[in-house]
Design a protein around this ligand. Structure first.
Ligand SMILES: [Zn+2]
Length: 200
C-alpha cells in the first residue's frame, strides 16, 4: 500500500500490536483497513473504545464488569444469591453464563494466586469475598478457578480462608480436563462441570 509507517499511523499499528492474538502483520492489516475506511466508521470505533474506557467498571459486589453500581447478574432478583461461583476472570464468568445452566451469582477474583508472578492474596478480591460470606445468606461457594496448578492452589487457599464460615464449599469437577481453561471449554463441558461439582 506504500503508506509510510510514521507518526499517527505507526502509533495505531503499535497499539493494535499490543492486543492479544494480533501479530505485526495483523496490526498492519487493521491499520490499513482503517486508513481506507470512512471517517465516520473510524470515529465510531474511537467512540466505542472511549465509552468502554470511561463507562465500564467493576460491579460493587462481584467485580463483574458493569456500567452501573451493580452488574446485571447481581441486580437480577431471579438469581440465587445463596450460591456464589468464584472465578478468576470476567471471561470465565462469561463462559459459564453462556451455558445458561447456572442460576447463582459470581465473585470475580481478578486473577489467581501466582507466587512466581508476585500475585498474592492482596492482589485479588479475596477480602470482598470474605465480607460477602460474613454478611450471611450464602450457602454455597463454588470454586470455579481454572483446573490448573495455580487455579487449584487458589481454590485451596479460598477453601482454607472460608473454613468454619458455615458455607458448603464445592469445586467444579467432571468434564474439565486438568490444565484446561474455562474460557475455552465448550458449554456442555462447563454444564457437566457445574452439575458434577463436589465437596472440596
Ligand atoms: Zn455483580
Amino acid at each position: 500500500m506504500g503508506v509510510e509507517a510514521s507518526g499517527a499511523v505507526a502509533r495505531l499499528m503499535q497499539e493494535f500490536g499490543k492486543l492479544p492474538g494480533i501479530g505485526p502483520k495483523s496490526a498492519e492489516r487493521l491499520t490499513h483497513y482503517l486508513l481506507t475506511a470512512s471517517r465516520r466508521e473510524v470515529l465510531a470505533l474511537a467512540d466505542a473504545l472511549r465509552a468502554v474506557a470511561e463507562q465500564v467498571r467493576p460491579c460493587r459486589q462481584c467485580y463483574n464488569l458493569t456500567e452501573g453500581e451493580l452488574c446485571g447478574i447481581c441486580s437480577d432478583p431471579r438469581r440465587d444469591a445463596a450460591s456464589i461461583c468464584v472465578v478468576e476472570q470476567v471471561r470465565d464468568l462469561a463462559a459459564l453464563e453462556r451455558t445458561g445452566a447456572y442460576r447463582g451469582v459470581y465473585h470475580v477474583l481478578g486473577g489467581r494466586l501466582a507466587p512466581l508472578d508476585n500475585v498474592g492474596p492482596d492482589q485479588l478480591t479475596l477480602d470482598a469475598l470474605v465480607q460477602r460470606v460474613r454478611q450471611g445468606g450464602v450457602q454455597e461457594i463454588i470454586l470455579g478457578t481454572n483446573p490448573t496448578l495455580e487455579g487449584d492452589g487458589t481454590a485451596l487457599y479460598i477453601s482454607n480462608l472460608l473454613a468454619g464460615a458455615g458455607v458448603r464449599i464445592t469445586r467444579l469437577a467432571r468434564g474439565l480436563p486438568s490444565g484446561s481453561m474455562l474460557e475455552f471449554a465448550n458449554s456442555q463441558m462447563l454444564t457437566d462441570a457445574l452439575e458434577g461439582r463436589r465437596a472440596f
